[in-house]
Design a binder for this molecule. Sequence first.
Ligand SMILES: Cc1ncc(COP(=O)(O)O)c(C=O)c1O
Length: 410
Amino acid sequence: MNISLSAPDIGEREVEYVNEVMRSNQLSMGPWLEKFEKKFASYIGTEHAIAVNSGTSGLHLCVRALGIGPKDAVITTSFSFVASVSCFLYEGALPILVDIDSTTLNMDPAAVRDYLRNQCTRSADGPLIDSASGRVVKAMMPVHVFGLPCQMDELMEIAREYGLFVIEDACEAIGAEFDGQRTGTFGNAGVFAFYPNKQMTTGEGGMITTNDSRIAELCRSMRNQGRDTDGAWLRHVRMGYNYRLSELHAALGLAQLERIDEILASRENVARRYSELLSGHAKLQSLENDPRMKRSWFVYIIRFRSQSPAFLRERVRTFLRENGVATQIYFTPIHQQPFYQQCQAGNIPSLPRTDQAAEECLAVPFHTRLSEMEIKYVCDAILQATEPQKPESVAAGEPIPLVSTQLART
Ligand SMILES: Cc1ncc(COP(=O)(O)O)c(C=O)c1O
């Protein structure tokens, strides 16, 4: 058995569209990019969509477009992929990491309020200042982790009250909704990612969504080496990057987007099967949803609930690995990452709920190609490793060996 963590869902249409590009003369900045962007904007529900070559470059462009720099601080969360923080560090801004809600695993609006009330000051009509660093608190970046939307009503209310920009990191959340509204439409800008483990893929790629024409124009220019809207090739009106998405990637993205409802529905079916097969076990908990939050299934996460969840998780991981099942610890929080500890030494926040979630969560194989037999095989392995039978020869207090590392293949 060899069950991978993720797999792209590539159909005939994807192959056909990419072949069409290959037979054309235009491999970059052509009609496929335009079609992909238009369709994406219409699917998400924003005026503009700007394709880029990764989610990280999309986040970086938004940070630059909003003028966030070395004198600024931004509020975000540590329970995320590293790019949610590095996009600010690129520009010398200070990330303020607030704790997550322990049910949704997303930015906790109460923690944001608590930070703004107790660790910031505002002089009359002056900017909001982070008391510890003296920097201006300029923006917040809610991350819709594991495809679950953040509590956007409260976060947007806080942003309005304190005059903060909002960049939504929706890299894991295409199609997710809060109160019937899609992620990527709430803030000043939203960013999506299309790495092959995502719900839809372009191989590598990302997309910025916004209703702000100025942000759209700046992002279009900066992704293309700072060229102007007139398209003059060797004239650069601002500093830019090569963050362009090629026609091949855009064609693949368009084909995926045309099937997005079908892909999301199949992912939901796989998630439902996992939840059915794993339900009712005290030490295992699947993620929960507030009815106002529509999850777009990115990964399937099991949360281990026991005295020492990390120990139990390691035992399960080892057993799964020995039986050909891939897993991943999602996430090691950013404040625990070696690079972050080095560059922010002395400024590592205390985030107890983030630390707790980091000990409990494990991603198991999750994609649309998983067969019923494979899902059952994975679940059997998880259950067997979580609740091993205690052989008579084991003395009290000793670790319980696993019954067998060979599972039935049926
Ligand atoms: C929450 C989050 N933000 C940002 C990114 C960055 O996207 P990319 O890998 O396309 O640069 C990812 C990708 O895994 C992500 O999960």
